[in-house]
Design a protein around this ligand. Structure first.
Ligand code: MG
Length: 169
């Protein structure tokens, strides 16, 4: 009876999302929740390593947008000097915020994925809008989040490195 609320994909963190696979399925727009998806509630800024991670995803060809139920103050401080669109006070699971994101991004729902840590806000708004939904485990339950950030970036680099080597050989 809860099938409607099942995400299309459930991964342990945003670093485990198969981004290349999404692109090959024509998903080129990522709407990220902030709190407990990208960083813990009490952390005001992204680590440099995480900013690099976002840049890597963006360079793959994704449009990135923050879709947060957080306050204007919280989201504006977080996104200051970053080149990505954002919607604060998105009121997920209401459609208000996601509709705003769609108009800001000039995109279509078939090309979009919603990524977040909560079924009843992030996944539900995605289901209601009929976009691809990705549930992640909440980051603040994890002891070594900073380590994971670094590994995530490292893995991207290592993968790119392997690809470049296989091109040469
Ligand atoms: Mg959240």
């Amino acid at each position: 009876m809860f099938n409607y609320l099942y995400p299309d994909l459930y991964v342990s963190s945003v670093f485990e999302i198969p981004y290349a696979k999404l692109l090959s399925s024509n998903i080129n727009t990522l709407l990220f929740d902030v709190d407990n998806t990208l960083l813990p509630h009490f952390v005001p800024r992204f680590e440099d390593g995480f900013i690099s991670f976002l840049a890597e995803i963006s360079a793959m060809g994704f449009k990135i947008c923050i879709l947060s139920n957080g306050s204007k103050k919280r989201v504006e401080l977080l996104m200051e000097n970053l080149p990505y669109k954002y919607v604060y006070r998105a009121c997920k699971p209401l459609l208000f915020g996601i509709n705003k994101a769609f108009s800001v991004l000039d995109t279509a729902s078939g090309n979009c994925a919603v990524i977040g840590d909560q079924i009843f806000t992030d996944i539900l708004v995605g289901k209601r809008k009929k976009v691809y939904t990705i549930l992640v485990e909440p980051v603040s339950k994890k002891d070594e989040f900073i380590v994971k950030i670094k590994r995530g970036v490292e893995n991207l680099i290592i993968n790119e490195y392997k690809k470049s080597r296989s091109n040469i050989n």
